[in-house]
Design a protein around this ligand. Structure first.
Ligand SMILES: [Zn+2]
Length: 178
């Protein structure tokens, strides 16, 4: 797993995190409408937002951001914070409590719910193949770290994260999170 310094250098701000997600979602660079699959989407002025006006999505159009359909959607939590929390969770062998997350990332004045929510969503994400693929979290046995990377041709950043499932996480089969 990359060092914290390297991590901070890779994901210094919202734009870097958004760009990372965009590259992962649409590796060929062609942004597709998540609703209808249309490739002729319009770029909006706001960064990392597009509009689809296909027959399916209607002439008023469907607006979407790089976050749509991900666990990061519909929160006020900045992507950089999500990424840092994820990094911390992947690093931690014992797991990280909501109180720890709040202290480290959100401040004592924040509601515990925010920290709990972010931790909860990320733990669910680590059991979800789509999320792992989106984030480039590779399941690697300790023995193979630094070894072969079957995704290398697809994304050389796939060692950005190392998957560290929480105890027993591998055997759980939650399909959806409410
Ligand atoms: Zn569409």
């Amino acid at each position: 797993m990359m060092t914290f310094q390297a991590f901070m250098a890779t994901f210094p701000d919202e734009a870097a995190c958004s760009q990372f997600l965009k590259d992962r979602r649409w590796p060929d660079g062609k942004v597709k409408c998540p609703r209808c699959g249309n490739e002729k989407v319009y770029t909006l002025k706001q960064a990392f937002k597009w509009q689809c006006q296909s027959a399916t999505c209607g002439k008023n159009g469907y607006r979407f951001s790089v976050l749509v359909g991900t666990i990061f959607e519909n929160t006020n939590v900045p992507l950089v914070t999500w990424f840092k929390v994820l990094y911390t969770m992947l690093q931690s062998k014992k797991g990280v409590s909501s109180r720890q997350l709040r202290r480290t990332f959100f401040g004592e004045r924040s509601s515990l719910h925010t920290a709990w929510y972010v931790g909860h969503r990320l733990r669910a994400g680590m059991r979800d193949d789509d999320f792992k693929q989106l984030m480039g979290i590779v399941e690697v046995d300790e023995t193979f770290i630094g070894g072969k990377d079957k995704n290398r041709h697809w994304d050389k950043k796939s060692h950005v994260w190392r998957n560290r499932l929480r105890q027993g996480g591998r055997h759980r089969s939650h399909q959806s999170e409410g």
